[in-house]
Design a protein around this ligand. Structure first.
Ligand SMILES: *Cc1c(COP(=O)(O)O)cnc(C)c1O
Length: 247
C-alpha cells in the first residue's frame, strides 16, 4: 500500500470508530478530500481508493487542476472563500459550492446559473467559532439567510458548513461544531420551501471525531491524508487566526 492509501485507511477507521462511539452509521459520513496545494498525481492516487468528492479552496487551483479530472466521475466542491469576480470561473468546474457566506455571492451565482441553464448545489457557511478573522455568516442570521438563498431559483441549499475553532485540543472546538447542528435544526424547523439540509459539512484532520459526535455528515480531510502542506495557511485563511498556534 502507498502511504496515501494507508492514510486513507487510517482516516476511514477513525470515521468508523467515531461513528461506533455515538451509534451512527459510517455510511452516513462522506469523506471529502481537501486537496489544496496537492498536485493532481497525488489526488488521483487518493481517488483510486475512492470514490470521494474533492474540495479546493482557490479558484486558480481549481482551474489549473481541472484537466486531470475531466474524464472522471467525481464531484468537485469549492470549500474556500469565493470572490465575486471569480464566481464564473469557479462555476465551470464544480457541482457544489460550500462557502456561501453572503447573499451577494449567492445572487451572482444564481444569475450565472440562469445564463447557463443549470443549477448549483450550495452549502451555507457559518462562522460558528466567533473568531473575527473567519469567513462565514453570523449564526444569528441563519434563518433569514437560508430564506434569502432559498428564494434564488437556480441554487439548491443542500447543507451547512463550518470551519471549527482551530484550537490546540479538539475538545475545545466542540461548541463551534455543535453550533452548526443547532443551526441545521433551527433552519429545518423554519420549514423553508426548497431547503433540504442533507449535509453538515464539518470536521477536519484534528477534529473529525468531535465533528462526527456532533452530527457531521461530511468531513473534509487534507493533512492526515496528504501530509503537511508546504504553503503557509495564511494563503488560504486570514493570517491572524493562526497566530495563537504559533505557525
Ligand atoms: C484545508 C481545509 C480543510 C482540511 O484541513 P486539514 O486540517 O488539512 O485536514 C478542510 N476544510 C477547509 C475549508 C480547508 O480549507
Amino acid at each position: 500500500m502507498t502511504s496515501i492509501a494507508q492514510n486513507i485507511a487510517v482516516v476511514r477507521s477513525r470515521i468508523a470508530n467515531a461513528c461506533q462511539d455515538c451509534g451512527r452509521d459510517p455510511g452516513d459520513v462522506t469523506l471529502l478530500l481537501a486537496t489544496k496545494t496537492q498536485p493532481p498525481a497525488l489526488i488521483l492516487e487518493a481517488l483510486s481508493q475512492g470514490p470521494f468528492p474533492i474540495g479546493e479552496n482557490r479558484v486558480q487551483e481549481l482551474v489549473e487542476k481541472a484537466p486531470a479530472f475531466e474524464d472522471l466521475q467525481i464531484e468537485r466542491h469549492m470549500i474556500g472563500h469565493l470572490q465575486s469576480n471569480k464566481a464564473a470561473k469557479a462555476l465551470d468546474h464544480v457541482s457544489c459550492i460550500q462557502s456561501i457566506d453572503r447573499l451577494s455571492i449567492a445572487q451572482k451565482l444564481d444569475r450565472l446559473c440562469k445564463d447557463r441553464g443549470r443549477t448549483l448545489d450550495v452549502f451555507l457557511q457559518f462562522n460558528t467559532s466567533g473568531e473575527v478573522s473567519k469567513f462565514g455568516m453570523d449564526p444569528g442570521a441563519a434563518v433569514p439567510f437560508a430564506r434569502s438563498i432559498a428564494a434564488l431559483p437556480h441554487l439548491r441549499v443542500r447543507g451547512l458548513m463550518t470551519v471549527g475553532l482551530l484550537a490546540p485540543h479538539p475538545v475545545l472546538s466542540r461548541d463551534s461544531l455543535s453550533k452548526l447542528r443547532e443551526l441545521r435544526d433551527e433552519v429545518n424547523d423554519a420549514s423553508i420551501s426548497g431547503v433540504e439540509l442533507r449535509h453538515l459539512s464539518m470536521g477536519m484532520s484534528t477534529d473529525l471525531e468531535v465533528a462526527i459526535a456532533e452530527g457531521s455528515t461530511m468531513v473534509r480531510i487534507g493533512t492526515d491524508i496528504f501530509g503537511q502542506r508546504a504553503q503557509p495557511p495564511g494563503r488560504y485563511w486570514p493570517e491572524k487566526e493562526w497566530a495563537h498556534l504559533g505557525e
